[in-house]
Ligand binder design. Sequence first.
Ligand SMILES: [Zn+2]
Length: 260
Amino acid sequence: MPLWLLGALVFLFGLCLGSFFNVVICRLPAGKSVAHPPSHCPQCQTPLRFYDNIPILSYFILRGKCRSCPERISFRYPLVEILTGVLFYALFQKHGFTPQFFTDLVFVSLLLVIAFIDLETFLIPDKLSLPGIVLGFTASFFTVRLTWTESLVGLLVGGGVLFFVAILYQYLRKQDGMGGGDIKLLAMIGAFLGTVGVVFTVLASSLMGTIFGVVTMLRSRRQAGTTMIPFGPFLSMGAILYLFWGEAMLNWYMGLFFSP
Ligand SMILES: [Zn+2]
């Protein structure tokens, strides 16, 4: 099979799986089954026809509205689908069909679902992060990025560093800054990416989170600390950034100091 066709199939597979992730993002925090009942409009409960459930296309054909009632369909649906498709395709370009490809497929899927659940509920479900920690560690035995000791150390650094920061923050500000969910997510990221990856993720996500926070604050003219911003989406973005460009960015950064 030609490579472009395989790439296209991986992209389509990502779109379809993204459609399923939307269901998980809706139902998992509510404790509902992700398998049953079949997709329906959350407002009028009308089951979706198969042709109203095609990734991306249906959203635009229906112009972002339910066929049976005036309920608007969240833009999150096509967004998650396209993000999943693009990330899967990019991983295929990077790794081909190798164990690392399948491992990273699981990793970015977890990051994506966790980011959107955190965005909507301010919670990171243990049901995703804890199995993610185990999967990341187990995968290190079959993949090339990390040895199992590197994965283990990454896991501990991810869990430990943020635990320490959370305690320090609590002590200084007398309020919870980072939730326990963020700490478990970072342990998962450490298990998949190792120590350098997890430290990079913390720095990159803090930077992005700070910029976003300042911009939001200026726009809403509110005082610092009054707007709640979930940290999970930034951690996910930081980890994905490292997955694709981490080494290149680190090499460039080190080159600034150690160039001949
Ligand atoms: Zn409806």
